[in-house]
Design a protein around this ligand. Structure first.
Ligand code: PHE
Length: 434
């Protein structure tokens, strides 16, 4: 069966566990146990049992899974294109790093400012004020660079609180790539230039370089980065893939870019990248290198590459899905064929927010819907909000679109789940259904 937590499988005890998580009703002695390690609960805790249940699923390592095929194809590209002078692959691959990281790993080491929105409780799954589920694979850059690596790839599951629709899921997968150069490596194609071109200077930061880098070094690294990634995208999507570079911002790279590809007539963002901020290398004990990093969302890439219409399908254990990716040659151009399409069932939910309305975040409600209704929910959209001056209350209306991946839902089945969502919302979020 594809959907794990569907209709009828919901027990009261799960509501209670969830309720506890949400209301942060833990006393000081309360702890969360994951893989034999305990985490003290505090006012930052917002991870739900449902989200914890994804730890260790490692879709990117599952045989015949589209994300695993993509991992192999990306790895092969780097193995084939980058070799050391003995002919061995230059890049080391890490694909099973533990998803619980510290705030330091996820943010501080990457120079993410204290007040940056990405640190908000409404965007991340915190175990407590010190630990969270990694929000990006960049969280591991520092430790790998510190261990002496110059060229590596990280494949990992990442966790983010976000909207619910056909292209967002709270757990998804990324590949991160890092490449560092010493001066002689950077200018190795022009050994004559090595003596006369510097990597470092005490200069000024401009749009195209950092204060510590020379213009020449920054340009060469940017060129290396862009040509590697363009080649990767052409390797996956064919030589005719139409791509363009767009300027971007990340706290730990400068200059920073995004690569977009034309897909069905529209430009789609594929990845973020840039020249690593020198300070991130210094934090890892490396002073004499310059380099680049990139991060790619694997689901986004796989959805385009294999025509997969809905991100929930990646979690399917249905052989009708997985067998389509059971190919002997990983470069096979699989085009996913939907088994069938079942009708969507939209149902609205309207409620008054509690007195402390400004503490309410849409993501609190999205998480609750995920936990209570599971993968039977295709989308949740905020359709209306207003303030009632007489009642002095704020109102929210969300449209929940229920759609099963494998069968037609009856209105009766939908009503049952919808009622559970309403009950859980009243209990956990202290809202009043209208
Ligand atoms: N970690 C960034 C993200 O998840 C992507 C990124 C990786 C950007 C490496 C620059 C360099 O959005």
């Amino acid at each position: 069966m594809f959907i794990a937590s569907v209709l009828g499988k919901f027990t009261t005890s799960r509501i209670i566990v969830y309720h506890c998580f949400f209301k942060r009703k833990y006393s000081n002695s309360n702890q969360i146990f994951i893989n034999g390690k305990s985490y003290e609960v505090d006012s930052w805790t917002n991870v739900t049992p449902k989200i914890i249940s994804y730890i260790g699923k490692n879709l990117h390592l599952q045989k015949s899974h589209p994300l695993s095929l993509l991992r192999e194809r990306i790895t092969n590209f780097f193995y084939f294109h980058y070799k050391n002078n003995r002919g061995n692959p230059l890049f080391s691959v890490y694909d099973n790093l533990y998803p619980i990281v510290t705030v330091e790993q996820n943010f501080d080491n990457l120079l993410v400012p204290e007040d940056h929105v990405s640190r908000n409780k409404s965007d991340c799954y915190y175990l407590n004020s010190k630990y969270l589920l990694r929000g990006h694979s960049s969280a591991h850059e520092n430790e790998l660079i510190q261990s002496g690596l110059d060229n590596f790839l990280i494949f990992s599951d990442v966790y983010r609180r976000d909207q619910i629709d056909s292209s967002h899921y709270p757990v998804f997968h990324q590949v991160e790539g890092v490449r560092l150069f010493l001066r002689h490596e950077l200018f190795s194609l022009n050994p004559d230039a090595e003596g006369s071109i510097d990597v470092f200077e005490k200069g000024v930061r401009t749009e195209t370089k950092q204060e510590v880098h020379t213009y020449d070094a920054a340009r060469v690294v940017e060129y290396s980065l862009k040509s590697s990634l363009t080649a990767l995208v052409r390797h996956l999507f064919g030589q005719n893939a139409e791509v363009r570079w767009v300027d971007a911002y990340f706290p730990f790279t400068h200059p920073s870019f995004e690569l977009e590809m034309k897909f069905n007539g529209e430009w789609m963002e594929l990845l973020g990248c840039g020249v690593l901020e020198h300070q991130t290398l210094v934090k890892a004990g490396v002073e004499d290198k310059i380099g680049w990093a990139f991060g790619i969302g694997l689901e986004r890439l796989a959805m385009i590459l294999y025509n997969i219409p809905d991100i929930r399908l990646f979690w399917s254990t249905d052989p009708g899905f997985l067998n389509q990716f059971n190919v002997s040659d990983i470069n096979t151009n699989v085009k996913y064929k939907p088994i069938s399409i079942y009708p969507p069932c939209p149902n609205d939910i309207s409620f008054w927010l509690p007195g402390n309305a400004d503490e309410f975040s849409d993501n609190d409600f999205y998480d609750l819907v995920r936990t209570v209704a599971g993968d039977v929910v295709e989308q949740v959209n905020l359709v209306d909000k207003f303030y009632h001056p007489k009642k002095k209350l704020y109102s929210r209306t969300y449209r929940i679109v229920y759609r099963h991946m494998e069968k037609t839902l009856t209105q009766e089945e939908v009503n049952k789940v919808h009622r559970l969502v309403e009950e859980a919302a009243e209990r956990s979020l202290e809202v009043k259904i209208r």
